[in-house]
Ligand binder design. Structure first.
Ligand code: SAT
Ligand code: MN
Length: 596
């Protein structure tokens, strides 16, 4: 498709403006067709950007390798350029939008010389649904176009849906030189606009994802009375056929994809329980007429972490990657035309190339005897949602699914117990606001450092987080039938540094308790931090796990929590001071009182 084919005057004018500035050699509008996807793949293969995989073993799949300096989101170069610094708030990087636009305009000048400018019209959510929103991304990267074609709904029907005047979010991306000094991921919430430059990595450049569906959308949601959250959505089908839906907020690379696609242990499957996947990363949530919350997954694919994905941890994810998948920064095995990553199986290839293209074999060590990993720890697969065997029949439902429970969860070696329940919505917002988690390879910077990450939105909230908390509190007041709120932690370590809880499919045992609490059919223990299960109420059937082990992670150590409360107070006062909603200070005071 060509520029002339665009019927939306403002869209056409904007593309022309960006083209005049960036000076590409050609302009191509992505029509979402299989032919165009193949053409992009062929171009990437011809230019050495991508490697086609074995058409029998991995049909329609390619491997892609990014620049070694460009493998994760870059939070310190991500900006929320609201009109005022106060509007962006204390947790976001801010630059005056006028100044930032000037900087970006100068950097974009001529940046696409010799390249093709692609225009990608995409819909977040089913095309035409009332909840869906449309965006258009301009990029000079065929890798971005191909990924966006998997992760979002791209095509001419999107152009039809905005017609001649419809609203859309504007995104501009250019890889230019991958120059770290001038790498920018900019959001202009008041203008519905995103500018990204000098990166080629997922969350920095697939602008429909974190940039639009979380940062811009969270701002829109605040203004329009809904929620855009960093949450998975799963359905639990019970033996009687009834399906209950749960959303869960976890920071990047903390197991959202695995939880969303979990296969319950036999004690559940034999009774007829089943888990279905609505989404693994982002939920757009709206209040329904019945006073409940309804969620849709605005995405159309999965951008999952490859390492650790295997037949045991997540067979559904692995099945999703069988065809039509883009692998980024994994091990390539030329002999078989396949890929590998740490934790895929116990048979690493003996003759392969690591993600940097160097000769590599399993067990390879460096001069100091340290194991050299073949795949980047943040290597990813981009797979169509329809590939997933557990995809929910409600995936395309434009109304979304009704939410029974919301889970917050981080990666915590100590402190947070396996699961606890908030007393009510307001306490639940407090529980979400005090979330902390060890950092992962999903963003550049140190890994394993505990940081506050309220509702897993620290890197994704597109406005002042104090206002975000207030918005959550206000939302609860409008719901006559709000979901219950829980906190979970699958990541408790023993004194030898091993995970105590088996996790993965066995997390179903915790979800089961959560659903029973939602249905009011099981009691709980009242502790200073919230309601916890009686150990007998967690089903351990068929699991090699003792009651004592369970008790050890269903704890609320008062001294640990007193320290935790102090930490929370420091976080609240130093970050937000008196801008934080008073209800959250009240909840903190009440927690402290219960800990005396
Ligand atoms: O930001 S990405 O979408 O690339 C991955 C993540 O951090 O969740
Ligand atoms: Mn994520």
């Amino acid at each position: 498709m060509k520029l002339q084919d665009l019927k939306h005057a403002e869209l056409k004018k904007w593309v022309e403006e960006i083209a005049n500035l960036t000076k590409p050699e050609a302009i191509v509008v992505a029509d979402g067709s299989a032919e165009h996807y193949q053409q992009l793949v062929d171009e990437m293969v011809a230019s050495g950007l991508a490697t086609p995989l074995n058409p029998e073993k991995k049909p329609g799949c390619i491997a892609f390798f990014s620049d070694p300096s460009d493998v994760a989101r870059l939070e310190n170069r991500t900006y929320i350029a609201s009109e005022t610094q106060e509007a962006a708030g204390p947790t976001n990087n801010w630059i005056d939008p006028k100044e930032l636009k000037k900087t970006m305009t100068a950097l974009y000048d001529g940046c696409m010389k010799g390249r093709t400018l692609y225009v990608i019209p995409f819909s977040m959510g089913p095309v035409g649904s009332d909840i869906a929103k449309i965006g258009v991304e301009i990029t000079d990267s065929p890798y971005v176009v191909a990924n966006m074609m998997i992760m979002t709904r791209v095509g001419t029907d999107v152009l039809d849906a905005i017609g001649k005047k419809g609203e859309f979010v504007k995104g501009v991306h250019s890889k230019v030189q991958l120059d770290l000094e001038n790498r920018y991921i900019c959001h202009f919430p008041e203008d519905n606009m995103i500018y990204s430059l000098n990166s080629g990595y997922g969350g920095n450049v697939l602008l429909g994802k974190k940039c639009f569906a979380l940062r811009i959308a969270s701002y829109q949601a605040w203004k329009q009375n809904w929620l855009a959250e960093h949450m998975l959505i799963l359905g639990i089908e019970k033996p009687n056929g009834e399906i209950k839906y749960i959303t869960g907020a976890f920071p990047s690379a903390c197991g959202k994809t695995n939880l969303a696609m979990l296969i319950p242990p036999e004690t559940y499957t034999k009774k007829g329980y089943k888990v279905t996947t609505v989404g693994d990363d982002i939920a757009w949530i709206r209040p329904g007429k019945d006073g409940r919350l309804y969620a849709i997954n605005p995405e159309n694919g999965f951008f999952g972490v490859a390492p650790g994905t295997n037949m045991k941890s997540n067979p559904n994810a692995l099945a999703s990657t069988r065809k039509n998948t883009i692998f980024t920064n994994v091990v390539y095995v030329p002999k078989t035309g396949t890929v590998w990553w740490e934790g895929l199986d116990k048979n690493p290839p003996t003759d392969a190339e690591d993600w940097k293209g160097n000769k590599w074999y399993g067990g390879m060590t460096d001069a100091d005897g340290n194991i050299i990993k073949g795949a980047n720890p943040n290597s990813r697969f981009t797979s169509p949602a329809i590939n997933c065997p557990s995809i929910s029949p409600e995936f395309e439902n434009p109304e979304g699914v009704p939410i029974s429970a919301i889970i917050f969860g981080g990666r915590r070696a100590k402190a947070a117990p396996l699961v606890y329940e908030a007393y009510n919505w307001q306490h639940g917002v407090f529980v979400g606001s005090i979330m902390a988690s060890e950092t992962t390879a999903a963003a550049t910077g140190a890994v394993g450092v505990v940081r506050h990450d309220p509702m897993a939105m620290l890197p994704f909230c597109g406005y002042n987080m104090a206002d975000y908390f207030a918005h959550w509190l206000a939302m609860g007041k409008k719901l006559s039938n709000p979901p219950k709120i829980f906190n979970v932690n699958w990541f408790r370590l023993d004194d030898n540094g091993n995970f105590i809880w088996p996790g993965f499919g066995d997390n179903m045992r915790v979800l089961d308790w959560i659903l029973q609490r939602c249905e009011d059919v099981v009691d709980a223990v009242d502790t200073p931090i919230g309601y916890m299960p009686k150990p007998d109420d967690i089903n351990l059937e068929g699991l090699d796990f003792t009651k004592d082990q369970l008790v050890s992670i269903l704890d609320c150590d008062k001294d640990t929590w007193k320290q935790e409360a102090q930490e929370i107070e420091n976080f609240y006062t130093t970050k937000f001071g008196d801008t934080l909603p008073k209800e959250l200070y009240e909840e903190l005071a009440a927690l402290k009182k219960r800990l005396v």
